[in-house]
Write a protein that binds this ligand. Structure first.
Ligand SMILES: [Zn+2]
Ligand SMILES: [Zn+2]
Length: 406
């Protein structure tokens, strides 16, 4: 049987959007919030357009699946410990959050009406992620999403089986049927996971950009969140959410071989211990070679977005000197849509500008005594601020506009 999830809500499951919901939930009751309150805070539509109708009726389930808020009593909602952490800037990285969601999402789900705490639990997202990682550990970085869902339905795995067991089920028949009925929801939940810094999604596939040994280690680190379950779904979600920090400490999410040396190369300072962790997620998106390949296929130019230098002309003996820079907050993942990973939050920078922009971020954040940007808008504003300062410094202020998209 496929697992349930929300359908057509991928936008709302983007890490940055969940952070905005959580920030809103710190000062407001999400259950009492009106449509316009939420739309102002989050910037997404909360339908239907009906004054008498609180968005919680339509979106409360989503907030519970995302483990950020739960209902308390007949009228109230409270942020879970995860919701409270997400509301703090730069406190939690996308990877930490999504690894935990994978470890704590079960079938049956305490967020859905068929919750029955006496039933044995399966961990569909953990299964999906470990299926993908087990293949990557075998040097097969690409996995078909339908294969994951078919395999989950057929083999009865819980998700926490040993690597040997996974290796036996990995090679599903090519050209298998298009997936069981209801698989669209399951497929969307895998697209939510594809915000992980080392994953890239297309419409039908997920690709891992970790070394085989990092993938194997991560496979071992990911374990289900267990414990005595509660019969009340909301209490069960709260109980699991309490375990976020301790579960997180056990997952080695730094992917040492995959991003080796890039930290010192990029010139990041050690101003904040947590900031370093935040930046590692950011760097692994920028080093994700699938994202890089997809980006340059769509943007075949050779000009640096910041200084405008055409690296092909300046260094004719080089092929592709440009690096990918991610414009979202440092702890944000690469956003996904139903068609896969979005590339619109990326720009190409020459190596000097890339280093310089991260130094600019460091300086900006240290001055503000922060470890991350508040949201995508702020991160982009700071990028363009740096760009403007550069053009002013080199004396061509008028060219800022021209170099914005090349
Ligand atoms: Zn440049
Ligand atoms: Zn960057």
């Amino acid at each position: 049987m496929v697992w349930k999830w929300e359908q057509g809500r991928l936008e709302y499951f983007q890490f940055d959007e969940l952070r905005k919901v959580a920030k809103f939930g710190v000062v407001n009751d999400l259950r009492q919030a009106t449509r316009s309150d939420l739309e102002t805070a989050v910037g997404l539509p909360f339908l239907p357009d009906d004054k008498a109708y609180r968005p919680w009726r339509n979106y409360g389930r989503l907030f519970q699946i995302a483990m950020i808020a739960t209902p308390h009593g007949p009228r109230e909602a409270k942020l879970t410990p995860i919701g409270k952490l997400l509301a703090e800037e730069g406190r939690v990285t996308t990877d930490e959050y999504l690894h935990f969601l994978a470890q704590a999402t079960t079938q049956p789900s305490p967020a859905l009406s068929d919750w029955d705490h006496t039933k044995p639990l399966r961990y569909p997202l953990l299964f999906a992620l470990r299926f993908i990682l087990a293949r990557a550990a075998k040097h097969e970085p690409r996995t078909n999403i339908t294969d994951i869902i078919n395999s989950y339905c057929e083999n009865g795995f819980r998700g926490d089986e040993e690597q040997d067991a996974f290796l036996r089920i990995l090679n599903v028949d090519a050209g298998a049927p298009p997936g069981p009925a209801g698989a669209r929801q399951s497929s969307e939940s895998i697209k939510v996971l594809a915000q992980l810094s080392y994953l890239t999604a297309t419409k039908s596939e997920v690709t891992v950009s970790l070394t085989a040994s990092d993938a194997a280690n991560l496979f071992e680190d990911l374990k289900p969140v267990r414990g005595p379950t509660r019969s009340n779904g909301a209490e069960e979600i709260d109980r699991r959410a309490e375990l976020f920090l301790s579960a997180n400490a056990k997952v080695e999410a730094d992917y040492p071989r995959t991003i080796l040396s890039s930290i010192s190369e990029a010139g990041f300072n050690d101003a904040f211990k947590e900031g370093r962790r935040v930046r590692r997620t950011h760097v692994s998106i920028e080093r994700n070679h699938m994202i890089r390949d997809m980006f340059f296929k769509q943007n075949p130019g050779h000009a640096c977005d910041l200084c405008g230098m055409n690296t092909r002309q300046s260094y004719p003996w080089t092929d592709r000197l440009l690096e990918i820079h991610h414009l979202l907050p440092l702890c944000s993942g690469a956003r996904t849509s139903k068609d896969g990973t979005l590339l619109e939050d990326l720009v190409a920078n020459c190596p000097s500008c890339h280093r310089a922009i991260h130094r600019y971020y460091d300086k900006w954040l240290v001055q503000k005594n922060r470890i991350d940007f508040a949201d995508a808008r702020e991160a982009k504003i700071v990028y363009y601020e740096a760009k403007r300062e550069h053009w002013t410094a080199v004396g061509h202020a008028g060219e800022i506009g021209n170099a914005q998209r090349t």
